[in-house]
Design a protein around this ligand. Sequence first.
Ligand code: BV8
Ligand code: ZN
Length: 243
Amino acid sequence: MSTDNLDQARSALREANAVTVLTGAGVSAESGLPTFRGPDGYWQGVSVMDLASPQGFLRNPNRVWEWYNLRRNALWQVRPNPAHHALAELERRVPTFGLITQNVDRLHQKAGSKQIVELHGTICMVRCTACHYEQDCPNVELPPEPRCPECSAWLRPGVVWFGEMLPFEAISKADQWTRRAEVFLVVGTSAVVTPAANLIYQAPDNGATVIEVNLDATEVSTAVDFSLRGKAGEILPQLLAIE
Ligand code: BV8
Ligand code: ZN
């Protein structure tokens, strides 16, 4: 990656009073969590619609819970990495800041980030498929067939599955944070899932400078102002000149 690219991106970030960040699974990769579409990603060898859709859950809830319990139990063992900490530091420096995440792991919160929108919910939450019961239950090993304590119906992970609408409040806040951004920083996402990916194309409409940090080139790399290639846990501290 060219240093002048990094230098110019760093100055744009330093001068900005309003920064919005969009993160994906790549920001948690250095914490030891798999991404989705990478070589050892969650989606390798499995059908997305079997595991992360309402139809898949209806067809075989045990199979879906087996997969989500595996992911939950992996999550209790990992910690935020320098990428998460750099974004929490950025929030402390910038007057108007918002972090929009597609991630469901809550590692941004663990690193101290506060202004967060979870576009796709979180696997730390469970909710009932039949009544209003919901429970935040991090660090808890759930039984293979989690049932609602109020009505005994199946519980489901508190995430947004494919084919499901994103929570209205989340998407309208993400939209507002994208409109106000002077710099829009996109970290560790393949930018294929919508409506999250649409925000990246919307950001420049209001004059934002768009900076991408990713290990590889993505579908948006040619559409952004600065595409910084490398690991988020290494580049973000450099971008903030945290040595
Ligand atoms: C919606 C569940 C309206 C939670 C997720 C056809 C039929 C039906 C629907 C659609 C269709 N075509 C398009 C759609 C819309 C669909 C969609 O986008 N599909 C995709 C697959 C094309 N979207 C939806 O369904 C959304 N709802 O649109 O509602 C509607 C309703 C009905 C019908 C139509 C529309 C719901 C989207 C939410 C889906 N839920 N997950 C869970 O179990 O996790 S999304 C899933 O992908 C993940 O949750 C994740 O959040 C998301 C994005 O993935 P990434 O985070 O980008 O991860 P990925 O592995 O892809 O990339 C990682 C990147 O990191 C890579 O670029 C890699 O290079 C980089 N990297 C790796 N290591 C590092 C790194 N970078 C830096 N440093 C490193 N160390
Ligand atoms: Zn219930």
